[in-house]
Design a protein around this ligand. Structure first.
Ligand code: COA
Length: 353
């Protein structure tokens, strides 16, 4: 038994937010954003009407349709996101309910490895299928970053980069004779960099990792005190994401390349064999750096960050679904998916589409 991507799907909200729109509310410019990141516009979800799980379900419906199966044939859900509807339960059960799959009581697993979320999710799904446990697994990446970014000049280093959207695939059990299938998946992490790209509050840490409980309003707190959301956390905007952009950039270009080469080495393939590289859409400059370093042609790399910004766990499945829709990927093509992000986490999946 091995697993193949039977169908792909994506959903992006209607509302287009251009760099010029951001210029009106943040001290930034279209030129700065495009020069540093390649981004021209992104989508923001309609608050109160769309959520991470509704977008995930929309992408899932398209993936199920394209896989040519009925929703009821899905026997497991894996959902990757860093921007869930609720703190708990995870968004997996909400997608399950949106799709009507609660009637079947199929399992729903949430993955929390941020930008690398879809790579981890796909790898976990692949192991379940190889182990013979499930036949059709819905693997989803969905993000609603616009739910909680600092849309003032203070947050401009982050807020101009991220966008909302969702992508999904149906991963299906097939026999060894099938030409399509996942060949290798590679997962890595290094917790030394946990705070370099993070949203630390609300949470249980109460300043522990920074050795600074006062900053989070937890100095002298008793065991009975709630430290989840304190006035200090709210007043100081500590619930917004933080990113050490230059450190992320430096590590990303190294790790992306390493993990792509790792996938090729494990399977006896070379970079010339790659029909399509789909890097996590972190930053166009990062993707161009990897492309150059690996000596890949323009038609071997899929980029859509210009239109959607960085959609974290959703970026790879959106790009994959778009590339399939545009017939830039054909059945049997060698496709490499690769990601790097918060954690730090990084990894790759090499597959025959
Ligand atoms: N508009 C205008 N100016 C901005 C800005 C914005 N949106 N954001 C930051 N700046 C300013 C800074 O305040 C700083 O000004 P100063 O020199 O007067 O202090 C200047 O631009 C340079 O800031 P810096 O953070 O050093 O910029 P940079 O060249 O590193 O670019 C990133 C910032 C975020 C674009 C870049 O570091 C990057 O792409 N990193 C990787 C991020 C990434 O891919 N994250 C996702 C990983 S999954």
């Amino acid at each position: 038994m091995k697993s193949k991507i039977a169908g792909t799907g994506y959903y992006v909200p209607e509302e287009v937010v251009t760099n010029f729109d951001l210029e009106k509310i943040i001290d930034t410019s279209d030129a700065w954003i495009q020069e540093r990141t390649g981004i021209k516009e992104r989508r923001f979800a309609k608050k109160g009407e769309e959520t991470t799980s509704t977008m995930g379900a929309a992408a899932a419906r398209m993936a199920i349709h394209n896989a040519g199966i009925e929703t009821e044939e899905v026997d497991f859900i894996i959902m990757a996101t860093l921007s869930p509807d609720y703190y708990f339960p995870g968004a997996g059960v909400l997608v399950q309910r949106e799709l009507g799959l609660q009637k079947k009581e199929v399992g729903a697993l949430d993955i929390r490895t941020q930008c690398t979320g879809f790579i981890y999710a796909l790898s976990v799904a692949d192991q379940f299928i190889r182990g013979g446990m499930y036949k059709n697994i819905l693997v989803i990446g969905s993000e609603m970053h616009s739910m909680g970014m600092d849309m003032t000049t203070r947050g401009r280093g982050i807020s101009v980069i991220f966008g909302d959207g969702a992508g999904a695939v149906v991963l299906q059990a097939v026999g060894d004779e099938e030409k399509s299938g996942i060949l290798s998946s590679n997962l890595h992490a290094n917790g030394d960099f946990a705070e370099e790209l993070a949203m630390v509050s609300p949470g249980s840490h109460a300043g522990y990792h920074e050795k600074n409980p006062a900053k989070y309003g937890a100095e002298g707190a008793s065991v009975y005190d709630s430290v989840f959301i304190t006035p200090e956390v709210v007043e100081n905007g500590l619930y917004f994401p933080y990113m050490n952009g230059q450190l992320v950039f430096k590590n990303a270009v190294i790790k992306f390349t390493q993990t792509i080469n790792e996938a090729l080495a494990k399977t006896g393939k070379t970079k010339e064999d790659i029909d399509m590289l789909i890097p996590h859409q972190a930053n166009l400059r990062i993707s161009q750096f990897i492309q150059k370093r690996m000596g890949l042609r323009d038609d071997q790399v899929w980029n859509n960050i210009q239109r959607y910004g960085n959609t974290t766990a959703a970026s790879i499945p959106i790009a994959l679904a778009e590339a399939v829709q545009n017939e830039a990927i054909q059945r049997g093509d060698l496709v490499c998916l690769s990601a790097f992000g918060s954690g730090f986490t990084w990894g790759s999946v090499l597959l025959n589409y």
